[in-house]
Write a protein that binds this ligand. Structure first.
Ligand code: NDP
Length: 309
């Protein structure tokens, strides 16, 4: 019997328990999934940040902590965590992010707002350029950024991507390093940020980075709020250097009611819904990692604690 502790929040238990039990059974795993187990007897911890479990020391036999989110900034620095940590990579999460990013890129590319808010009886055709003439840059070419980059190329956009290590992805201009970042920003008519939040990426998008963008660029940030220096973004919006920012993630969530982002005409706030981990698609990934951990095989999507993602 494998004792799996569900420590991903009481509010998620009802949605997750049945898909997880089904996935364990389909993987041939004899699991006792519960919200409470004697800590020393727990084999696997299914986890989400911002829950009561913050001290991992009593879980002396746990073989892995499986985060249900892609982002691990809320747990990776926990010094009591000595067990291997996996982040979430699952098909539904990737599909959701591709849909969000493509949808918001196309909104700005096609100028859809003009049609939605501008029905004033005046016939004034404004034809957008083709996608091939609208350069998109994606910061972060990982599971999500890479999939979004590929989808945008398929729609016809010239796509530049930037990552820590140099990549070679068909159809994408891949850059890395500080010079690469500057080059990537300089061509970014639409900038999509899908970096993880780490000490290296915190505040990466501030006045210096914004200064490299072409005038009138659009920013789309489903990455993390801490990647952006908010006052610098507000300043760039005020001058029009950044024409619009579509923001899904914020330094403080929920975004406080009196935050200026809510009322700024150049900002679209979406409430951290770019892509949600869906139990139906994520549970089989968790089951596979439970199987691996119990079989002493390398677990999938292991977090590099040094890099922070
Ligand atoms: P990955 O770890 O697969 O990819 C991260 C990418 O960022 C990699 O290409 C990595 O480079 C690059 N990167 C990391 N640090 C640096 C750096 N210092 N300089 C340059 N490039 C860097 O993550 P995912 O694609 O799965 O997820 C990305 C983020 O998306 C998550 O961390 C999370 O914050 C956010 N997210 C948001 C959601 C939402 O609903 N808003 C939902 C899910 C995720 P390399 O390839 O060389 O390692």
């Amino acid at each position: 019997m494998i004792r799996v502790l569900f420590a991903a929040g009481d509010s998620r238990w009802d949605d997750w328990k049945s898909p997880l039990r089904t996935a364990f059974a389909e993987a041939g795993l004899d699991c006792d999934l519960a919200q409470h187990h004697e800590p020393s007897q727990v084999d696997i911890i299914v986890y989400a940040p911002n829950v009561p479990l913050q001290d991992f020391r009593p879980y002396t036999n746990a073989r892995a902590v499986l985060n249900i989110w892609a982002g691990v900034e809320g747990i990776v620095g926990n010094e009591t965590l000595t067990q291997p940590l996996a982040r979430m990579v699952d098909p539904g999460l990737t599909e959701g992010m591709v849909e969000y990013v493509c949808g918001h890129v196309l909104r700005h590319h096609l100028g859809i707002d003009t049609q939605i808010t501008g029905q004033d009886g005046v016939w004034k055709p404004q034809v957008p350029p083709l996608a091939r003439d609208r350069a998109v840059t994606i910061l972060g070419l990982g599971e999500l950024g890479g999939a979004c980059a590929t989808a945008l190329v398929q729609l016809g956009f010239p796509v530049t991507g930037w990552s820590r290590s140099q990549k070679d992805i068909a159809g994408i201009r891949c850059l890395s390093g500080d010079d690469g970042l500057t080059k990537a920003l300089k061509t970014a008519q639409i900038l999509v940020c899908l970096l993880p939040l780490t000490p290296d990426t915190t505040d990466i998008l501030g006045s210096a980075a914004f200064g490299h963008l072409p005038a009138g660029a659009v920013l789309i940030n489903p990455g993390r709020g801490g990647l952006i220096v908010e006052r610098d973004l507000m300043a760039a919006l005020e001058t029009g250097h950044i024409a619009h920012a579509t923001l899904d993630t914020f330094r403080t969530e929920p975004l406080p009611q009196d935050h200026p982002f809510w009322s700024h005409p150049g900002v679209t706030v979406t409430p951290h819904i770019a892509s949600e981990t869906r139990p139906a698609t994520a549970a089989p990934v968790i089951a596979e990692n439970v199987r691996r951990a119990m079989a002493d095989e390398p677990i999938l999507h292991l977090v590099d604690r040094e890099k922070g993602y």
